[in-house]
Design a protein around this ligand. Structure first.
Ligand SMILES: Cc1cc2nc3c(=O)[nH]c(=O)nc-3n(C[C@H](O)[C@H](O)[C@H](O)COP(=O)(O)OP(=O)(O)OC[C@H]3O[C@@H](n4cnc5c(N)ncnc54)[C@H](O)[C@@H]3O)c2cc1C
Length: 382
C-alpha cells in the first residue's frame, strides 16, 4: 500500500542518510563488529552531515526540525536497514536523548553541550536501568545527595547503550529517598569526573557492534549545574519522553523487518529445491503473503503514530501499542525469514541470521512487551 507519511523534504534527507551509510558505514561494518563499537570518525562524519542534531535548534548547530518527527523517522528507517545496533546507538544519542538536552536544559547547558552533541564530538547515553531492575524504574537505587554545589552520586547502571564511549550520560538517580517516584532527578555525568568508571563491554547474544556497558558511580561529585530539568521531577521527565522513545523503536523495528523480508523474497525466488524456486511452494507463497500483509498493516499504525507525534498528540498508550506490536511482528517475520533461508539462515555471514539475533532484544528493551501490555491494560480500566 502506498504510504503517505513522507513529503519530498523527508525523502531528500532519507537519500542523504542512505548515501552516508553506503559510503561510510556499510563497507566498514565488519570492522565495527570486531571493535564492538562504532568508531568516533563515523560519528563525526554523521555530525558533519547534520544527522546527529536534527532535533536541536539551529543556533546550537542543529537541524531545527524537532517540530516534525518525520525527519527523525525517515533517518531511523534508513539506519534500521543496516542493523538494529546502528539504529539503537545513533538513535539513543540523536533521538531519545535530544528532548532531554533541548527541552529540559538551561541556556548555559545548551551552549555547553549542544554544539558538540551535534558534531559528534560529544556522544551521549542514558542510564535508567540498574542491575537490580529496569522495568520498575521508580524503585531505582542510585543515590545523589546534595552537598553544597554538588550532588554526590553513588550506585551503578547496567545495559547502557553507548555506555563505553559516551562523553555524557544522563543518569537517573534518587535525590529524595522518602518520596519514591517523586524523588528522582536527572544528572549529566561527564567523562573525567573522578569516581565515574565503566565496566567491560557486555557480551551480548546479538548486536556485537553496539557498545553496551555497565557504569559505576563511586562518590562522583556532579556539579549542581549538571542537573537536567527540575529537582525530584526526573521520573515525570522520563515518562513524558518515553512515547517518543517508543514510537522511534516502533519505526526501527518495522523498517528492519521490512528490509530483511525484501531480501528474503529475492532469496526465495532464486533458491531452488525439487526443481523450482522455494518461494513457489504453496506453503511458502502463503507465508510470504501473510508476512507482507502483517508488515504493511502494521506500517499504517506506525505511520499514524509518527504523524500523531508530529502533531504533539501521540498518547503513551498508543506508543506502547506500536512498540510491543512491532517488536513482536519483527521477531515473527525474522524467524520466518531464517526458516526460509534453510541452513544458510543460521550462518552469521548471512544478514538474516544476525538480524534475527539482533532483534530479539526489542521485545525486552525500552519497556518490555509485558510492561507495554500492562500500560495498555491499565488504560482499559483493568
Ligand atoms: C542490549 C540492551 C541495551 C539496553 N540499553 C539501555 C540503555 O541505553 N539505557 C537503559 O537505561 N537501559 C537499557 N537497557 C535496559 C532495558 O531497558 C531493560 O533490560 C528492560 O527495561 C527490562 O529490565 P530488566 O532487564 O531489569 O528486567 P526486569 O525488570 O527484571 O524484568 C524481567 C522480566 O519480568 C517482566 N516483568 C517485570 N515487571 C513486570 C510486570 N509488572 N508485569 C509483567 N511482567 C513483568 C519483564 O517484562 C521481563 O520479562 C538495555 C538492555 C539491553 C539488553
Amino acid at each position: 500500500m502506498q504510504r503517505t507519511l513522507f513529503e519530498p523534504e523527508h525523502e531528500a534527507l532519507r537519500q542523504s542518510v542512505r548515501e552516508f551509510l553506503d559510503r561510510h558505514v556499510r563497507p566498514r561494518y565488519e570492522e565495527f563488529i570486531a571493535a564492538k563499537a562504532y568508531p568516533r570518525d563515523v560519528w563525526i562524519e554523521a555530525g558533519k552531515q547534520g544527522f546527529l542534531g536534527l532535533q536541536v535548534p539551529e543556533q546550537y548547530g542543529g537541524g531545527g526540525v524537532a517540530h516534525d518527527y518525520r525527519f527523525t523517522a525517515a533517518m531511523a528507517e534508513e539506519l534500521a536497514t543496516v542493523s538494529v545496533a546502528l539504529g539503537s546507538c545513533f538513535g539513543i544519542h540523536s533521538d531519545i536523548n535530544a528532548p532531554y538536552l533541548t527541552e529540559l536544559t538551561t541556556e548555559e547547558q545548551k551552549q555547553r553541550w549542544l554544539p558538540k552533541y551535534c558534531t559528534g564530538e560529544m556522544i551521549t547515553a542514558i542510564g535508567m536501568t540498574e542491575p537490580g531492575g529496569g522495568s520498575d524504574l521508580a524503585a531505582l537505587k542510585t543515590t545523589a545527595v546534595r552537598e553544597g554545589d554538588v550532588f554526590v552520586l553513588n550506585g551503578s547502571k547496567t545495559f547502557i547503550t553507548n555506555g563505553y564511549s559516551a562523553d555524557l550520560v544522563i543518569v537517573a538517580a534518587r535525590t529524595d529517598p522518602a518520596k519514591g517516584a517523586k524523588g528522582i532527578s536527572l544528572l549529566a555525568v561527564e567523562t573525567g569526573m573522578p569516581g565515574f568508571t565503566r565496566g567491560r563491554k557486555l557480551d551480548k547474544v546479538g548486536q556485537e557492534e553496539s557498545d553496551t556497558a555497565e557504569l559505576f558511580f563511586d562518590n562522583v561529585r556532579v556539579p549542581v549545574t549538571n542537573l537536567i530539568g527540575e529537582l525530584d521531577r526526573g521520573f515525570i521527565h522520563m515518562m513524558q519522553r518515553l512515547p517518543q522513545e517508543r514510537i522511534g523503536a516502533a519505526v526501527s523495528n518495522l523498517a528492519h523487518a521490512r528490509s530483511i523480508l525484501a531480501e528474503t523474497l529475492v532469496y526465495a525466488k532464486e533458491r531452488k529445491a525439487f526443481g523450482q524456486a522455494i518461494g513457489r511452494f504453496q506453503h511458502n507463497k502463503f507465508l510470504f503473503a501473510e508476512l507482507v500483509t502483517q508488515v504493511e498493516v502494521t506500517q499504517a499504525f506506525v505511520d499514524a503514530g509518527v504523524l500523531a507525534h508530529t502533531r504533539g498528540e501521540l498518547t503513551a498508550v498508543d506508543a506502547a501499542k506500536a512498540k510491543w506490536w512491532t517488536a513482536q511482528v519483527q521477531n515473527d517475520v525474522l524467524d520466518a525469514c531464517v526458516q526460509l533461508h534453510g541452513g544458510y539462515g543460521y550462518m552469521n555471514e548471512y544478514r538474516v541470521a544476525r538480524a534475527w539475533r539482533d532483534a530479539r532484544v526489542t521485545k525486552i528493551w525500552a519497556g518490555s512487551n509485558e510492561i507495554m501490555k500492562e500500560l495498555i491494560g491499565r488504560d482499559l480500566g483493568l
